[in-house]
Design a protein around this ligand. Structure first.
Ligand SMILES: Cc1ncc(COP(=O)(O)O)c(C=O)c1O
Length: 383
């Protein structure tokens, strides 16, 4: 069997969720499981969190349906709401909480609720407090809430917003967004739902009354390195995904020899090269620069040459013990205990940890470890 595997540590996921809850103080934390739980497998992650999380959040009804099919019964928040009115019957009757970010959604929901007099739904009214992606202008939110409040099919309204710069300390945009949304929250006297991971960790004024941690659940520190809490958060979170493979061939090259496509790397000394079973056809980023770190049996080594579809090449000259069969950790926690953070790898690829995690393709088997719930029916294996 090809040795590349994404090991998913569900105990670490639970640990990180509990950390989010602690940072959230009195706010409740919905677990954000969209994009297949950031590449980790939504079903297994949801089951592992179901005794802890009072609600879960996904991007769309299709993702919510997959959670329902796997036995998840808590409210599931649709972070962009419904995409067409044809979804509404299922949204209303299926225990979903819908974000409303545009007028047609409000009209369609209120109209469709007339057909379901026995059902009530929680609506999250999204305010564009300054990010200018989704949401109503702050001055329009009052009238939307007024309409919703007067309909008996609306069980509860949460005021929602999203921050553009919660990871950056002292951001003037964040200050402005907080001022806008908290003023509105007080004026309308509504419970809030504002904070993503960085705001949950570092922005106390955003912790009303629900928080929406995503990436931190998977062990990624979302704060900028100059943030005062950055190092503390590094200590607290545990990586959930470990992407692991093995060396499948070793080449001994003299000085001046090229390695891989485009001959990007030319040896500057006699070099031992380990060929690793992992490539962009698995979702590993082809933009990984010369020097991108990996762990070989827990020891650091560096990528030499371009990443190809099924393989990448690593300079193992300094690791004489490394050979065919040696374990290679592309990111995560090596079995020796050494950690290579996905954020560090991402910085070598000029991207962010989110894209690397969500980019791991179905071709890569997920192997689940720990967690309290039964996840034996997932597509991955468990231990
Ligand atoms: C609306 C919304 N809420 C919460 C999150 C979670 O953000 P993070 O992964 O940074 O915690 C996202 C992620 O993109 C989002 O779009």
């Amino acid at each position: 069997m090809r040795p590349l595997t994404a090991h998913i540590d569900l105990d670490a996921l639970r640990h990180n969720y509990l950390q989010a809850r602690q940072y959230a103080f009195e706010a409740r934390a919905m677990a954000v499981l969209k994009a297949n739980a950031y590449g980790h497998g939504a079903t297994a992650c949801a089951r592992a969190l179901r005794d802890l999380a009072p609600a879960m959040a996904v991007a769309c009804l299709e993702e919510g349906r997959a959670l329902r099919a796997s036995g998840i019964e808590c409210p599931i928040v649709l972070l962009e709401g419904f995409f067409d009115a044809g979804e509404l019957d299922e949204v209303i009757t299926g225990g979903y909480w819908s974000v409303l970010h545009t007028h047609w959604q409000v009209d369609a929901l209120l109209e469709r609720l007339e057909c379901w007099p026995q059902h009530r739904i929680t609506a999250l009214v999204k305010c564009d407090s300054g990010m200018h992606r989704l949401g109503f202008a702050p001055e329009r939110v009052g009238e939307i809430c007024q309409r919703l409040r007067s309909h008996k099919g609306i069980e509860q309204i949460l005021l929602m917003t999203h921050f553009a710069t919660a990871d950056a300390p002292g951001s003037p945009l964040l200050t402005a967004q907080l001022e806008t949304i908290n003023t509105l929250r007080r004026r309308l006297d509504l419970p809030g739902c504002f904070a993503n991971s960085p705001a949950t960790l570092g922005v106390p004024a955003a912790r009303h009354d629900w928080v929406r941690p995503g990436v931190m659940l998977y062990g990624v520190n979302p704060l900028e390195s100059r943030h005062t809490l950055h190092d503390e958060v590094d200590q607290v979170l545990r990586p959930v995904m470990t992407l692991e493979s093995r060396i499948i061939a070793v080449r001994e090259l003299p000085t001046g020899e090229p390695i891989g496509y485009g001959a990007r790397h030319v040896t500057r000394r006699p070099t031992r090269v380990g060929v690793v079973a992992c490539g962009y056809g698995d979702g590993y980023d082809r933009h990984a620069r010369e020097g991108t770190p990996v762990l070989v049996e827990g020891q650091r080594a560096a990528i030499a040459g371009r990443v190809s579809m099924d393989m990448l090449t690593v300079d193992i000259t300094e690791l004489p013990e490394a050979d065919i069969g040696s374990r290679v950790t592309l990111w995560g926690r090596d079995t020796s205990g050494a950690i290579l953070s996905v954020s560090e790898v991402a910085s070598w690829c000029d991207t962010i940890a989110y894209t690397l995690l969500t980019g791991i393709l179905p071709r890569v088997p997920r192997c689940y470890h720990g967690g309290v719930s039964d996840h034996s029916s997932d597509t991955g294996t468990s231990s």
